[in-house]
Design a protein around this ligand. Structure first.
Ligand code: GLN
Length: 246
């Protein structure tokens, strides 16, 4: 039987797309496409939502505070119920930076405006005195990633705090991560992944891209991913690991 297509919904593709976050969509599309998997990417803007449970993977990227204000309001008004349904049906969610902040209870902007989030995960974000900017290396145990690390670039003023029973995506080796204090970076809850890592994230973390593709496809039918050479991408990954730990 032919492999079903991989359906990707790119939420707020226009409003939330900084530091090359669109590169994540390209990586997912390419890595699936190279395996002969048909990929459909649809941008989802503001306004009434399509049925988001139709998508195997929902992605949204980072944004400036003023864009987040628009997006948070729209997401709460038009997308929340549909996103919840998608999550309940096993869709994978990858949210970066401003999008990650949207997963939580609220985000307080640098100008002290409190934006209610979607409340999908128990976390919240407060403003920090200065921006955290720079390369990041995190250890990611428990997901079966090989190598068990992710690299990326962070640029955020928000400090995110996870609820007591919430698991971070990884542990900071270099960089600030969630808040620069507790050593956590990002979040994972079932198939929901949030992170501060731009870069964009997935081009230098092809093993993580494959994990997301596999989980996204597996919600429809048991699936295996054909192996794919990732030596070039992992060279880029390891070069950054060496620079940050050397
Ligand atoms: N505006 C948010 C912050 O500064 C998110 C920034 C981003 O998405 N890069 O924390």
């Amino acid at each position: 039987m032919a492999q079903p297509p991989l359906r990707i919904g790119h939420l707020y593709a226009e409003e939330m797309n900084i530091y090359g976050d669109r590169g994540n969509i390209l990586t997912l599309s390419k890595r699936a496409g190279w395996r002969g998997i048909d990929v459909r990417v649809e941008p989802i803007g503001r306004g009434p939502s399509p049925d988001l449970a139709e998508y195997d993977l929902l992605f949204w990227g980072g944004g400036q505070d003023r864009d987040q204000e628009l997006v948070f309001a729209d997401a709460n008004e038009h997308k929340l119920a549909s996103i919840k349904e998608a999550v309940a049906q096993g869709s994978v969610v990858l949210a970066v930076c401003g999008g990650y902040q949207l997963l939580g209870a609220y985000y307080v902007t640098a100008e002290r405006q409190r934006l209610p989030g979607l409340g999908l995960v128990d976390l919240h974000t407060e403003p920090g005195a200065r921006r955290n900017i720079g390369n990041v290396l995190i250890d990611v145990p428990g997901l079966g990633l090989e190598p068990p690390t992710l690299v990326g670039f962070e640029n955020h003023s928000g400090r995110t705090y996870l609820g007591a029973n919430v698991e971070p995506l990884g542990r900071v080796v270099k960089g600030a991560g969630n808040n620069g204090k507790d050593g956590t970076e990002g979040v994972r809850a079932g198939n929901i992944f949030g992170t501060y890592l731009h870069g964009s994230l997935l081009p230098k973390n092809p093993h993580f891209a494959d994990l997301l593709i596999l989980r996204a496809l597996a919600r429809r039918a048991p699936t295996e991913l054909a192996p794919l050479d990732m030596s070039v991408e992992l060279d880029a990954h390891q070069a950054l690991v060496r620079r940050l730990t050397g």
